[in-house]
Design a protein. Structure first.
Length: 282
């Protein structure tokens, strides 16, 4: 106990490497191992915060530096304030604003577990509504949009606004990365215990080495960099889906095309959650 207490004081004082490392039977050993596991989590969380701060600084630095340089050229008379020049500076300011907005959205998503307003939601109806809301954005990108609705009453217990936000992010992601003439298909379906929404496109796809990272915060693959994405939208999707007790996955074939699949626990019409029985796969 003395060693655990001493280690706790060291950890509180800022020594993130402090561990009890007591290999003992019984409650003392359990306590020491639990403490060390907690210390590991604290260390990993601090490392993640440091990485996030560095990533945010990097994301903001490029457009801010470009904007600052452009304004200084105008101020010092090295460039004419042409409409094209001003439009370029305006675009840089808009990108800064988008990054700040996306970071705020991510922070809200990460705290969503504390603020979800849960109710029975028809996932099929919600998906149709999300497509209708983003239809103009998708058409402007030159895309054809198809919906393949599943069961008429595909019920999940969810925060309708947050779920709508999730589907909107998936559709905006498709609009950003697809090419004019590509097709986006939104399908809702069900298994005995899960409700699914699939957003599939015929775009250029995602390289296999990038697939494990598409839901990471501030991670941008080659296609995201070329499309001007912030690397935040899909991280928001993952946080919100996880807050609802669901999962989201990404698949992409060697010939192109991407499929993002959202899975949520179904609820029965009378409101109880459907749970698989022993030995039954969901």
């Amino acid at each position: 106990m003395v060693r655990v207490a001493s280690t706790a004081r060291a950890l509180a004082a800022g020594d993130r490497s402090a561990r009890a490392r007591i290999d003992a039977p019984g409650e003392l050993g359990d306590l020491a191992r639990a403490f060390d596991a907690m210390a590991d989590d604290v260390g990993h969380g601090e490392q993640a915060r440091h990485r996030l701060a560095a990533d945010v600084a990097h994301e903001l630095r490029t457009p801010l530096t470009s904007l600052q340089a452009g304004l200084e050229e105008l101020r010092d008379g090295y460039a004419d304030p042409s409409a094209e020049r001003l439009a370029s500076l305006h675009d840089q300011a808009l990108r800064l604003g988008r990054i700040v907005d996306d970071l705020g959205e991510l922070a809200e998503a990460e705290s969503a577990r504390l603020s979800l307003h849960l109710a029975e939601v028809d996932l099929t109806a919600l998906a149709v509504a999300a497509v209708a809301e983003r239809a103009a954005e998708l058409r402007t990108a030159g895309l054809t949009v198809r919906t393949v609705p599943g069961p008429a009453a595909l019920l999940v217990r969810a925060d309708a606004d947050r779920l709508h936000q999730t589907l909107g992010n998936l559709l905006s992601n498709a609009a950003r990365h697809c090419r004019p003439g590509d097709t986006v298909t939104v399908t809702t379906s069900a298994t005995p215990f899960e409700a699914l929404v699939e957003v599939a496109d015929t775009g250029p796809g995602i390289p296999a080495e990038e697939l494990p990272h598409v839901f990471d915060r501030l991670w941008r693959g080659a296609r995201a960099r070329s499309a001007g994405g912030s690397g935040i939208g899909l991280a928001v999707v993952k946080e919100l889906v996880t807050a609802h007790g669901g999962t989201v996955t990404a698949d992409s074939g060697p010939g192109g095309g991407t499929r993002l699949t959202l899975r949520l626990p179904r609820v029965a019409p009378h409101g109880s959650r459907l749970v698989p029985g022993p030995g039954v796969e969901p």
